[in-house]
Write a protein that binds this ligand. Sequence first.
Ligand SMILES: [Zn+2]
Length: 145
Amino acid sequence: MTETTTRLRPIVDGLFELDGEQLVLAGSRCTSCGTVAFPSQGSCPRCTSDTVERHLLARTGTLWTWTTQGFRPKSPPYTGPEEFSPYAVGYVELGGEIRVEGRLTEADPRRLRIGMPMRVTSLAVTGTDGEPRVTYAFEAVEAAE
Ligand SMILES: [Zn+2]
């Protein structure tokens, strides 16, 4: 994550907050049954209660599953550059409470494995209006050696 990235406009308002230069995903939590949702929802997806509160997700977790995108997706809705580089997407389980889908910063399948430690980071992307934006992504936590 770079200072420049986090100064860009978010791809969607309310999706995340910045804690200094660190990006924190903003979901919702049901005050009746405790179910956590991301992106935040106005009612609980489990018990349908509408008493939900804003809930910031853990910044670290583990890679639950992943896949790679090896060719340029159909446009629209894809807004990336004409010149395509393969990338990976995955679900990361954050704080043991929710699995969140997102881009992975690592695109090499040989360097990805289920269960590996991950953390939230920022990623510069192009918005549907062609302007630079920031979204969230997941990066591998370097193993302490
Ligand atoms: Zn609920």
